[in-house]
Ligand binder design. Sequence first.
Ligand SMILES: Nc1nc2c(c(=O)[nH]1)N[C@H]1C(S)=C(S)[C@@H](COP(=O)(O)O)O[C@H]1N2
Ligand SMILES: [Mo]
Length: 532
Amino acid sequence: MPVMTSTDARDVELRSPVFARPGWVGIVAAASGGLSAAAVGLGAGEVVAGLSSSLRSPILDVGDRVVDRVPSWAKDLAIDWFGTNDKIALLVGIAMLLALYAAAVGVVGLRRSRRFGIAGIALFGVLGTLASLGARTGAELQSPLPSIVGSVVAAAALWWLGRPPADRSRRLSATVRHPSERRRFLAQTGVLTVSAAVLGSVGRKLEARFSAADSRAAITLPRPDVPAPAVPAGAQAEGAASLFTPNATFYRIDTALTVPQVPAEGWELRIRGLVDRELRLSYNDLLSRSVEEHDITLTCVSNTIGGDLIGNARWIGVRLDDLLAEAGIDPSADQIVGRSVDGYTCGFPVAALDGRNALVAVGMNGEPLPLEHGFPARLIVPGIYGYASATKWLTEIELTTFDDFDHYWVPRGYAAQAPIKMQSRIDRPRGLDRIPPGPFVIGGVAWAQPTGIDRVEVKIDDGDWLTTEMAAEVNGSTWRQWSTTWDAVPGRHSIEVRAIDKNGAIQTADRSEPLPDGASGHHTVVVLVDES
Ligand SMILES: Nc1nc2c(c(=O)[nH]1)N[C@H]1C(S)=C(S)[C@@H](COP(=O)(O)O)O[C@H]1N2
Ligand SMILES: [Mo]
């Protein structure tokens, strides 16, 4: 037996797969192999998802199921931590878990057994398949395609990475120097990573075809038959939030990880259930009815005391009570359910249609509904929290009963019936602001839809409740603004606010969490008044 020369040893070292090497080098290489295989699989899934508007990227399918299952307290916590970026936080979380999993699959699959690695990928494919079939609406036979194709591609990539060097070296003549295993590994992961990026961006391009942006851009809203009454002078108080919330900064809360794309052409609103005659209306059918314009403040049940999940807009649409009168409500119905194209549902009492200006809305602040606010149509019902009334991307209104149907958030612990609680908020000063001594304008908003606010009072430290100046009321379903001038004295002070509605009810100081039917309690801010 000849003794191995140092060149031979080097050759063996060069020809053993990088990920099989002992220690960290091998583990890191195998993990990156797993990551690049997963990336190319996801890219392929993205391309398949781009083939039809009914298909969805596997990550989004999985994300949707997480959104549907996450406990309500965790959702409130996410909104509390990340605000309206909660969805991005979720997707980043899923991506991180997926990356960890892919790295583990790489380590097992490339260092131990390719079969185990492929079993790991298959497991993920099954998860994606189940997620796609569990969609709130419209799961079809082809729904798992992106997951299936994605995992087959990822498995093939892993198989390719893990092919033993001998397989390939046979056809190389002895005179040709083998590229080192390190170079082969880098070349392979490079190819996979670049392919993943290309596939991913092709997938995105394909998906962009389904955008509803062009449909929205082509719409000219009708001139309302019933325009909103002119806003009275003096409705905006100093220090308070802008009376109308611009669309661009209007809060957005929904369970949709990507904004549903619903072109107005082809859209249909179906009114069914316990009605005398079912209605099916196209966008133009809807707008051929009398169109009204109303100023209504929308409020989220997840809004915490002093929070900003509330906004005021001028909505254009068709009266819900008119449409339901046209369909004829069966006397046995007590719940109106709004169903979205993405399967989300809201539900509120038939009795809420007591003449208040509930709308199937198509316009928001003079524009067609923005895509993220429900284009082409949504419900807006004064006095009921958004989760129970304000269905975006509306496609169906069903008349039913509270006994027969729980809307989306009910099995997740929220109340079936959800009238908005009276609340007031201090907008100026902000908590922990440093302010100069002397006259200082405190301002804010208060709401008690659809009753309306009569007055707002503030309390400095342990003093008495003081009246504030009320801005002019727009209507009872719109927040009302208030302000007062305080002669600030140096030191640390607390400012507390409460409202009184037009029925004389005083806003409770009892604090409760948003779950199950909205937060209550007084908003208090602490400020530091400088020495003169
Ligand atoms: N389709 C759909 N509609 C929905 C929701 C949703 O998750 N999906 N969320 C509701 C909730 S909780 C609120 S507070 C309002 C928020 O409307 P906005 O995002 O336009 O402010 O929409 C409601 N309509
Ligand atoms: Mo909400």
